[in-house]
Design a binder for this molecule. Sequence first.
Ligand SMILES: [Zn+2]
Length: 191
Amino acid sequence: MSKLYFKYGQMSASKTAQLLMTAHNYESTGKSVMVFTPALDTRFGVNIVKSRIGIKRDAIPIHNDTDIYTLVAKSKPDCVLVDEVQFVSAKHINELAEVVDWLNIPVICYGLLKDFRNQLFHGSQVLLCVADKVEEIKTVCYYCNRKATHILKFKSGIPVYSGEQIELGLEDVYKSTCRKHYHRPPLKEDD
Ligand SMILES: [Zn+2]
């Protein structure tokens, strides 16, 4: 029985690294994977999944009118991987669930759980409700040894807690933090 997995993290780079490793593990044993990513993820150019250490691979973009189920049914891969699933619509998450239930192909979705305002991303909220198995990719707080549970955003060096969910400013910096340091990050490296 195949499953719909949701593997979430508080740090974009570590979950993408896991996705790429999973793809490699499948392919090194002669199995095939299909990798999808939302069309809006253009950090590195369109439709490329790339980790910070420079490994990358092509991904199939998910546009509003993309029919994931039909694409997967045609190719019949051994596994489907989805990056940045926090930005995937409920309609497409439904299609991913149908891939599991009717094609019996495992689907592993990677994404961020919450945004810098500490609110669930919509795609992640939907997936939490329908996934067979939810796993956390653990990260340590940027400032201490506690588990990172929050994402703290800095705009020109100042912590910000409100604004648009997706707003790609060049000067914006994101850090994975524990709850304590999310609310009160040390302003100098002295805490
Ligand atoms: Zn901390």
